[in-house]
Design a protein around this ligand. Sequence first.
Ligand code: EPU
Length: 419
Amino acid sequence: MARLVITGGKRLSGKVSIGGRKNSAVAVMPATLLCQEPCTLENIPDIEDVQVYRSILKAMGVPISHTSEGRYTIDGGAYVPDGPPPHDLVKKMRASYYLLGALLGRYGRAEVALPGGCDIGQRPIDQHLKGFRALGAECEVEGGTVRALAPSGLRGANIYLDVVSVGATINIMLAAALAQGTTVIENAAKEPHIVDLANFINAAGGRVTGAGTDVIRVVGAEALYGCNHAIIFDEIQAATYMIAAVATRGDVVVENVIPKHLDPISAKLQETGAQVLENGDSIRVIMDGRAKAANIKTLPYPGFPTDAQQPMSALLSVAEGTSYVSETIWEGRFKHFEELRRMGTDVRIEGRTAIIEGVEELTGASVRATDLRAGAALIVAGLLAHGDTEITGIEHIDRGYEHTTENLQALGAQLRRVE
Ligand code: EPU
């Protein structure tokens, strides 16, 4: 089984360039099924979740070609519906449920197995189904499969989401893009990848306004056509390198980012004592000395992202003082603490809050990544720890981080991947 072996204590310094965002790529790839002509997507990250999506589309018979690094051409127009996408692939990831919105929007019917993804808590899809129903679809979940049917087509509607959900916002935007009339999504998610998807739909001839606010308006188009679209940068990979820079008391420039999107991370790292310098499309993070404790509460964008909570709590393990980490999005997102404890983290869990008493240093140990961002937390912990850390379960990390070993080695980390 593949593993990462990190010899900790090396100060990170240098530059790292950030690629495309996982959670945007896996929304825009299925969105191409709404289009009658081939679409070219650029800046698609080289990660396992993208490879799974590629396999799903291939297995469905959608022509998809990988023409150069990060560039894919997908011909949704050539797709002929022929049964549900393969269950075994659909279950490998969460974002496979965007096939529901895209197929329902284009063909008025969709049948897709319930998705998989990281085991970080309950992941209901009631808000997705509520949206599809409001647009006129009949939906049922039976035997692990979701079926949605709109024999007389979808009609625009007003939909108020009961919880701010990234996935439901995206799925409803996909379904509404070709519906008759106007759909208004209220209490919508505001993440930059929602804006990225809106930009894609608009480039293909759609009419989406308000993305990035909590009210999104989708005026259904007659048809969507081919377009070129470059995926936005991955803010969680960027955040992970920024956190790792602070954790190793380093000096790292993170390039190809939109600094504004990283404000919640930058603000928190400044509280720990780091210098964060923005310069155009890059951010430099410099840390001298030991980090100070900081409190975190995860929230939908523009709050502190849950996906960065785990790597951040690895840093707080060695901060001076007591840190309170509240996880409000996923009730199962504290599994990394079990592993961090093996390395010396002093943490007490009270409900959905982790109380971390910062220790002077962590010690390398054999640990296992239980999910994607737990893996990122263990990498940060391994980089700052004294001695060797061996991380197994790195297939979780491969789902969402690209060129991890090479990037960290270039920054001066001592690590190797053992297959
Ligand atoms: N929720 C409901 N009902 C729904 C949908 C969501 O109650 O129908 C609840 C969830 O249980 C959760 C909250 O709403 O408590 C937010 O869930 P959301 O739908 O926003 O999450 P998601 O779309 O399933 C995406 C990312 C996650 C990221 C969250 C929050 C993808 C593929 N996944 O999940 O990313 O944590 O948004 O930002 O986009 C990761 O990349 O490691 C990851 C887990």
